[in-house]
Design a protein around this ligand. Sequence first.
Ligand SMILES: *Cc1c(COP(=O)(O)O)cnc(C)c1O
Length: 374
Amino acid sequence: MLKDVRLNPHLLTVPSYVGGKPIEQVQHEYGLSDVVKLGSNENPIGPSPLAVAAFHAALHDANRYPGIADQRLRHKLADCINARSGTTFTCDHFITANGLSDFLRMAAHAFIFDGGESIYCAPTFPLYSIFTKMFGGTPIGVPHAEYRYNLPAIAGAITERTRLIFLCNPNNPTGTIVSRDEVAAFMERVPPSVVVILDESYHDFVDDPGYSNGLDYVQAGRETVIVLRSFSKAYGMANLRIGYAIAAPPMIAYLQHAQIPFNTGDPILRAAIAALDDTAHVQRVRQLAQSEREYLYRGFTELGLGFVATQANFILLTRLPCDVKTLDRELLQRGIIVRPMGGFGMPDAVRVTIGLRAENERLLRALSEILQPL
Ligand SMILES: *Cc1c(COP(=O)(O)O)cnc(C)c1O
């Protein structure tokens, strides 16, 4: 019987991750056919057609274990990033994962043991604390300053037990960034024994020229900095599960010890390689998010809703004239999925992903219907 089995106490402290509601579930529960999902920061345009074709072509070899596509992708990433950023990375600077979620697990496995601590600003991406606990560590969430990552507070919380710092930039769920100068001042205060993970999942959406680029630290040879980049957001490949980290080759070689062999498959890796060639596609996704931001800001302001100005493809609504449960239910009844922020530690806030114009229009119309009688 399970009660007779010795269970891992660390796993029992870990809450299950609650993702955004899937479209099919809402269709089924509410009897709707036309459902709009603005809950999980997905790209509403879809993946590049080049990625879809590459995926299909590679399916014919589904009987084989993954081959050299992983190495190809890491070479391609080095070439693309070097061409764009003037860096001198090689494929040894890259490690791929089954989504960045898988990488975050690898990092926690690699650095959190013997009761190590991690630090981040709360609220942020829930997996930082979840994986710290999973590996028997203690997550320390210091508060934001005005919805922005408070780097001096993180620096002040560093102890001898600190192993990992998670810096989410832009931060999910607030959409705010920290600047190049702020990150530089912070890095000065991080001791050499502490690993800094710069989660730049949303970097494609940033237009603020003061934004910090984590790659500068890797290029400068700082071996304890790891930069994360995603194919799930701007590249529209969330369902394929592929992400990557960039760090100095000795760090990458160490992290490989925590990597599961064949952690993702060739169709996915080849789709990612092809997606990197379609720069026009990513550009369209970026421009849509940037222009629709302004449209939603105007709509929220007219409705008297408080929001945090964003550098990402989502907006945090902070001042709601009704409770979040009611708002969420009313929106679901109208076929609109948003993300209540209870699971992120903000029970009074809602995060909405920036969608296509028609989707954003539908959201604003539904909000005005729901909020009017109040
Ligand atoms: C979406 C997201 C990720 C990436 O998740 P995947 O597992 O790659 O889909 C990582 N970090 C943050 C902050 C995110 O919002």
